[in-house]
Design a protein around this ligand. Structure first.
Ligand SMILES: N[C@@H](CCC(=O)N[C@@H](CS)C(=O)NCC(=O)O)C(=O)O
Length: 213
């Protein structure tokens, strides 16, 4: 069955899906949508995903958008290793941690939001970078508490979960924007442990075919 991931090397939402595919040992082809040139808003890609976001994932004759929906689909159709937990309470906690990144941090630091701050709101780059860091730090505070409470090495113990899949790319973004990560030592330790795993390493931006170092 052919699988294709439309993504962009530096897109953290695409990175989440790359990690999940790697963890599950699934082969796929990549098609690059260059966000810097606005290819996400082009007519061709709009036919696939009218929302104009990567990732977009094709599994045979099924096309899916939204990284968390794609990852949960993968988890249901290719259940090993599981990225959630059989226990409904633990499952809810894992999803909640993932959503701190995917629903509360990432959307307000997204490219189109940053562009709007610059073009429509007339903000300078320094102010935009401050905005970016601020929302990362706000989200990392509750995540740090979760990390402190974990026996490790990952956010929910010794099983890699959806929450870890969301965390690692956000840590990369935090570093890129020079966030003071000394305030988040437990998250930093977990990120170190995650980045030793082949699925996380192979999915990192610099390892992608469209990477532009
Ligand atoms: N909620 C979506 C967010 C996807 C998203 O924000 N993708 C970014 C790249 S990380 C994007 O395509 N941005 C294009 C833009 O802002 O114009 C998901 O999780 O898939």
């Amino acid at each position: 069955m052919s699988r294709v991931l439309y993504g962009y090397w530096r897109s953290s939402a695409s990175w989440r899906v790359r990690i999940a595919l790697g963890l599950k040992g699934l082969d796929y082809d990549q098609k690059a949508i260059d966000l810097r040139t606005g290819a996400q808003s082009g007519v061709g890609f709009a036919l696939l995903n009218p929302q104009g976001f990567v990732p977009y994932f094709i599994d045979g004759d099924v096309g899916l958008n939204q990284s968390l929906a794609i990852i949960e689909y993968l988890d249901e159709v290719y259940p090993e290793p599981s990225l959630l937990d059989p226990d409904p309470v633990k499952r809810a906690r894992i999803r909640a941690a993932a959503q701190i990144v995917a629903c509360d941090i990432h959307p307000i630091d997204n490219l189109r939001v940053l562009k709007y701050l610059k073009r429509q709101m007339g903000q300078e780059q320094d102010a935009i970078d401050d905005w970016y860091r601020h929302w990362i730090e706000e989200g990392f505070k509750p995540l740090e508490e979760i990390a402190e409470g974990s026996p490790g090495p990952y956010l929910f113990g010794d099983q890699v979960t959806l929450a870890d899949v969301c965390l690692a790319p956000q840590m990369y973004n935090a570093r890129r924007l020079r966030t003071d990560l000394s305030r988040f030592p437990a998250l930093t330790e977990i990120d170190k442990a995650l980045m030793k795993l082949p699925a996380f390493l192979n999915a990192r931006p610099e390892a992608q075919p469209d990477a532009d170092h």
